[in-house]
Design a protein around this ligand. Structure first.
Ligand code: FES
Length: 125
């Protein structure tokens, strides 16, 4: 296995920021309709910045690892910068090629985070 594959496996076995945040400002869940796997994201948000990220995931190695990797990148990021992110960027950060059939797995945590932030923004308008 190459180094990037090992990174994915490590994040799957030892997900960073695993577990939901108590008193989170934003929370959402999402599922991959193709397999039924689920993820739940909680975010601590203050002054337009993501200050904490916690998740629970019941899914394949790619979905759990990609959510774990995403969470590491998001803590400290402003909501404005988060909105500039896109699918390509999230997939690139994984460091491994993702086959078309696994793209939904790899973007599950990201789409759930977008959902949580959209709900948060609507409730703070
Ligand atoms: Fe279900 Fe990957 S197989 S999220």
């Amino acid at each position: 296995m190459d180094i990037y594959g090992e990174i994915i496996l490590d994040h799957f076995k030892h997900p960073r920021q695993s577990g939901l945040i108590n008193g989170a400002e934003a929370i959402a869940d999402d599922l991959n309709p193709l397999c039924g796997d689920k993820v739940k994201i909680s975010l601590k948000i203050a002054d337009g910045k993501i200050e904490g990220f916690g998740f629970e995931g019941d899914g394949c190695a790619i979905s759990v690892a990609s959510t774990s990797i995403l969470g590491e990148q998001l803590v400290g990021m402003t909501l404005a910068d988060f909105e500039k992110m896109n699918n390509e960027e999230v997939l690139t950060k994984l460091g491994v090629p993702i086959s078309p059939g696994r793209i939904k797995c790899a973007l599950l945590g990201y789409s759930c985070t977008k959902k949580a932030i959209t709900v948060y923004k609507h409730s703070h308008e």
